[in-house]
Design a protein around this ligand. Structure first.
Ligand code: ATP
Ligand code: MG
Length: 137
C-alpha cells in the first residue's frame, strides 16, 4: 500500500467543502490515516513550496496558503499518489477532467482546493514535514 500527502487548501476549507472532498477520497479508494487542521506560518509555507521559489506565482501562492486554515492529511491506498492526482484533476481547473475535485470546486489556478504529492520522494518529504511517526495510523 502506498501513502501520499494531501492538503485541503484555504479556499476549500473556507467554503465548507472539507467533508465533500474527504468523501471523494474515501469513495474512490483512499483511506485517511492521519489528519489535522492548522494554519501555516509564512516560513512553513515558503519551505513547503521551496521548489517553486523564484517563479512568478510563488509569492501570491504563499500568501494564499497562509490566508486561512487548511487540512493536512496522509492518504493510503493502492497507487495512492497517482490515484489522488487523478481524483484532484489538473492544476488548472479549466483543464481538469469532469468529476474531479478541481473541476467541481477550484476557483482558479492558484485557489485550486487541494494539493497532492507528485512522487514517492515528494510524498515522503511532505508527510514528514507535517506529521511525526506517532501520528500515522
Ligand atoms: P499541488 O502541488 O498543489 O498538488 P500541482 O502539483 O498541480 O499542485 P504545482 O505545479 O506543483 O501544481 O504548483 C503548486 C501550486 O502552485 C498549484 O497547486 C497552484 O496552487 C499554484 N500554481 C501553480 N502554477 C500556477 C500558476 N501558473 N498560476 C497561479 N498559481 C499556480
Ligand atoms: Mg505539485
Amino acid at each position: 500500500l502506498e501513502t501520499t500527502f494531501s492538503i485541503i487548501k484555504p479556499d476549500a476549507v473556507s467554503r465548507n467543502l472539507t467533508g465533500q472532498i474527504i468523501s471523494r477520497f474515501e469513495a474512490q479508494g483512499l483511506k485517511v490515516v492521519a489528519s489535522k487542521m492548522l494554519q501555516l506560518t509564512q516560513a512553513q509555507a515558503e519551505g513547503f513550496y521551496a521548489e517553486h521559489k523564484g517563479r512568478d506565482f510563488y509569492e501570491p501562492l504563499v500568501a494564499y496558503m497562509i490566508s486561512g486554515p487548511i487540512v493536512v492529511q496522509v492518504l493510503a491506498g493502492e497507487n495512492a499518489i497517482a490515484l489522488n492526482r487523478q481524483i484532484m484533476g489538473a492544476t488548472n481547473p479549466e483543464k481538469a477532467d469532469m468529476g474531479t475535485i478541481r473541476k467541481d470546486f477550484a476557483l482558479n489556478m492558484r485557489e485550486n482546493s487541494v494539493h497532492g504529492s507528485d512522487s514517492p520522494a515528494s510524498a515522503a518529504r511532505e508527510i514528514s514535514y507535517f506529521f511525526s511517526q506517532t501520528e500515522l495510523c
